[in-house]
Design a binder for this molecule. Structure first.
Ligand code: TEU
Length: 562
């Protein structure tokens, strides 16, 4: 595998609205990010993925862009963006923007012009279709629930397609003029100095152009629009678009790209992340998909740590010899990792949190941390649906009610999965509003900030924050880089329930990562003799010269074997 600049890097996702507010308006902003660059550098971050900061009505928190080449005033100005780029560069941190090109905002000039004149050139930028017998053109359900079609404003039987929110009309990638506009925009940002992109909802850009009804899969009579991904010709058509985009933009800039690729046949992994693949890397969503159900959050079930391990190992096996995955335990769409993968009674335990951190960060691939993950931030609890901002939670709540759940049950179902769990402000201090803002935060701060916050953890050597620092430093240490970055990852001791252990080998070194993701102490026989203990999140356990040890509950160790 040809080595690229990004392979040995660690990335960190910033969801700007909740990162750090510099001007007291209750909303995080670009100067706030610049102010925290030293914190990120100290943590060991090399790449920042910045969720959207473009001009937007924020109907879907910036994933609805009304001008791709402007910064939303709530986040700052283009000068603030330039300054962030410059300050990041000084610290050898690269910035990756979010590329949201499956759809734009209904407030984008393209959509406004299309609505004014559906027959004109901008009508071709979107999917405008006539209704069928007074109904939408077909029965697809969007990601956030309800029909994926809405009436074009001012029209009585002309609809536009939106796989996400109605304020996110899908862009017509079949139109070469639209594609050209997008490529120009991408190149404009790359020329400005961004290192690449995280690419949003990218498998959705190719549609099943027949727009036919699929068999209904829920009581609402609709069918999940994702079904089109397996329709004939869709995957191939997607590949053509992605190749063209790469050729016209990313490749000449040597940009780093990470695809938000869902629902893809593992047999096609090489097309996405192989040496000639569409992207540098793509997220491993196998663990985040665990427990989810086609009927929505009402039937979702929290996974066990064994399921988590098996999902990660499944992906590791698929990617071995193909390319690098981007490993995550959470992001802005998912529950907090510690609230999702740790059993309820361990969610307060820092040992359990550092154990999960170890299991994820040292896998083969690029670790992507999400803001607050390094502090062990948890889900929050919304007492009323009105306190939830996220559009998808409102859709899922409605779906729960439609399935016959009471309001209290629906809220419970949403409590675990609401995207707002990960969207509460980063907990910087134990002071007012967790030190996030001097104003009123746009969304409630998780009340546990008095216990869980960066200031307290910075001062305490055995904190979750300091553990993440150690993990990232270990991965980068020249002595272990061949093994931990480039080397193979081989699952071991898989017969042990709740144990996630793998061997990383390379450069003549053999490292063993052993995470006892359970409250059971256990005696472990290793495949070799311990030369040294590189990391241990607890006192006691493995000793040099031995080939076995008694693992304590939630103990995570990294061992060099002889
Ligand atoms: O997400 C796309 C996606 O398929 C899911 O993560 C989806 O949002 C989620 O399952 C619904 O609960 C991306 C972004 O990450 C997300 O924040 C945006 O809302 C979405 O695209 C639309 O741009």
């Amino acid at each position: 595998m040809e080595r690229q600049w990004w392979h040995n890097k660690a990335a960190y996702q910033i969801w700007p609205k909740s990162f750090y507010d510099s001007n007291g308006d209750g909303v995080g902003d670009l100067p706030g990010i610049t102010a925290k660059l030293d914190y990120l550098k100290d943590l060991g971050v090399d790449i920042i993925w910045l969720s959207p900061v473009y001009q937007s009505p924020l109907a879907d928190q910036g994933y609805d862009i009304s001008d791709y080449q402007a910064i939303d005033p709530r986040f700052g100005t283009m000068e603030d963006m330039d300054r962030l780029l410059e300050e990041a560069r000084k610290r050898d941190i690269r910035l990756v923007m979010d590329l949201v090109v499956n759809h734009c905002s209904d407030e984008h000039i393209w959509f406004k012009k299309a609505v004014e004149d559906p027959e004109g050139p901008y009508g071709q930028y979107f999917y405008f279709r006539k209704g069928k017998n007074g109904n939408p053109p077909c029965n697809w359900r969007g990601y956030f629930g309800g029909s994926a079609w809405s009436l074009v404003p001012g029209q009585s039987d002309l609809y536009y397609l939106h796989l996400f929110h109605e304020k996110q009309p899908d862009l017509n990638w079949e139109n070469p003029a639209l594609r050209r506009e997008i490529y120009n925009m991408i190149n404009w940002w790359l020329d400005k100095g961004v290192a690449g992109f995280r690419i949003d909802a990218i498998v959705n850009i190719k549609k099943d152009l027949a727009f036919r009804d699929y068999p209904a899969d829920r009581p609402d009579g609709l069918s999940d629009c994702r079904r089109m991904l397996s329709e004939p010709g869709v995957a191939e058509g997607l590949g053509e678009f992605l190749e063209e985009m790469k050729r016209e933009t990313f490749a000449p800039h040597k940009a780093f790209t990470v695809g938000e690729v869902f629902d893809t046949d593992p047999a096609r992994l090489a097309e996405f992340i192989g040496p000639e693949g569409h992207f540098s890397t793509m997220f491993d969503f196998a663990p985040t998909c665990l427990g989810k159900d086609a009927q929505g959050w009402a039937r979702a079930k929290q996974p066990t740590t064994t399921q988590y391990r098996d999902a990660c190992f499944g992906s590791q096996r698929q990617a071995a010899g193909v390319g690098f995955l981007a490993n995550i335990i959470e992001n802005h769409d998912e529950p907090r990792g510690v609230s999702q993968y740790l059993p309820k009674d361990a969610q307060d335990s820092e040992q359990a949190k550092t154990c999960l951190a170890t299991a994820s960060v040292l896998l083969r691939g690029i670790p992507f941390l999400y803001q607050g993950q390094e502090l062990g931030m948890t889900n929050t609890r919304f007492e009323r649906i009105e306190d939830v901002d996220d559009v998808s939670t409102h859709g899922e709540y409605a779906a729960c009610l439609a399935l016959g759940l009471t309001e209290a049950q629906a809220l419970d179902a949403c409590a675990q999965y609401s995207r707002d769990n990960a969207r509460t402000p980063v907990q910087w201090t134990d002071g007012e509003n967790a030190g996030f803002t001097t104003g009123t935060p746009w969304i409630g701060v998780n009340p546990n900030y008095t216990r869980i916050n960066a200031r307290e953890q910075q001062a305490r050597p055995d904190s979750v924050l300091n553990w993440y620092k150690k993990l990232l430093a270990l991965r980068k240490d020249p002595r272990w880089e061949e093994a931990l970055v480039w080397g193979d990852c081989e699952p071991v001791m898989e017969e042990e329930e709740g144990l996630m252990a793998y061997r990383r080998t390379g450069g003549g070194k053999t490292l063993l990562v052993v995470c006892n993701l359970s409250e059971l102490p256990r005696s472990l026989a290793l495949s070799g003799t311990i030369r040294q203990v590189l990391l241990n999140n607890q006192e006691g356990g493995p000793q040099p010269g031995f080939d076995r040890y008694a693992a304590q509950p939630w103990q995570a160790v990294v061992l060099e074997l002889e």
